[in-house]
Design a protein around this ligand. Structure first.
Ligand SMILES: CC(C)(COP(=O)(O)OP(=O)(O)OC[C@H]1O[C@@H](n2cnc3c(N)ncnc32)[C@H](O)[C@@H]1OP(=O)(O)O)[C@@H](O)C(=O)NCCC(=O)NCCS
Length: 193
């Protein structure tokens, strides 16, 4: 396992990336857009007012704007108690984000996973999800639940999440399923060497 640690004015940055998962490292040759990070992924915890503004802006742009939802709809009433992560592109704009909160000491929940369209499919969502899972485990959670959009269901399945029920349809348009991952029995592909 390699650990990348860096500091910026914004925050402390830590990311653990398994060497057995080279597909998680964005390939500069397949990233023609200058906004997509190349090399090791660096995950940032938003701290400053500017960080928070950019972080919520990404959530709104990816998860709400396509359905004509107003700014503010990208937040809920659990923001203050949640853990928030993002990945910045070379121009310091967030290209990936995700959030973790606890429903109980044993059960964590992931929400608001969002990767900018130009950065999708390059392992950034996986990097965020793995770090949220690591934090959930470290805090003692035994499972993680989430409501997955139908389009994202294969992504979560790839990470070991199983469908356990239905979940509300958002804006009469976006179907969701409830998924759960038992953190005590992570699939081999998800373990770091
Ligand atoms: C879903 C999302 C978070 C995934 O992040 P990402 O960075 O694009 O995904 P990754 O590159 O880390 O993909 C990891 C794996 O999942 C697969 N995957 C990702 N999105 C997928 C999709 N929509 N359908 C099928 N497979 C998908 C990838 O092929 C990859 O598999 P591999 O390792 O076998 O190649 C991101 O695409 C996104 O923000 N989508 C739009 C908003 C959304 O739906 N958010 C989820 C709300 S529940």
């Amino acid at each position: 396992m390699k650990t990348f640690v860096a500091t910026t004015a914004a925050s402390l940055i830590v990311h653990h990336m398994g060497l057995s998962q080279p597909s998680s490292i964005p390939d500069p040759n397949s990233a023609p857009n200058g906004d997509v990070p190349s090399g090791p992924v660096v995950i940032v915890v938003p701290r400053s007012q500017t960080d928070w503004k950019k972080y919520y802006d990404l959530r709104w742009r990816v998860l709400r704007a396509p359905w004509n939802q107003p700014r503010g709809s990208e937040k809920d009433d659990r923001e203050a108690e949640s853990q928030h992560l993002m990945i910045l592109g070379p121009n310091a704009q967030p290209v990936a984000a995700g959030r973790l909160h606890f429903n109980s000491p044993a059960e964590a929940q992931v929400r608001y996973m969002a990767v900018a369209p130009e950065a999708q499919g390059r392992g950034l969502g996986s990097a965020i999800l793995r770090e949220l899972e690591r934090r959930a485990r470290a805090a003692g959670a035994q499972s993680i639940v989430l409501n997955a959009r139908e389009n994202a269901q294969p992504f979560y399945a790839r990470h070991g999440y199983k469908v356990v029920g239905s979940a509300p349809t958002l804006y009469d348009a976006i179907k969701h399923v409830r998924m759960r991952k038992d953190l005590n029995f992570a699939p081999v592909a998800d373990r770091h060497p």
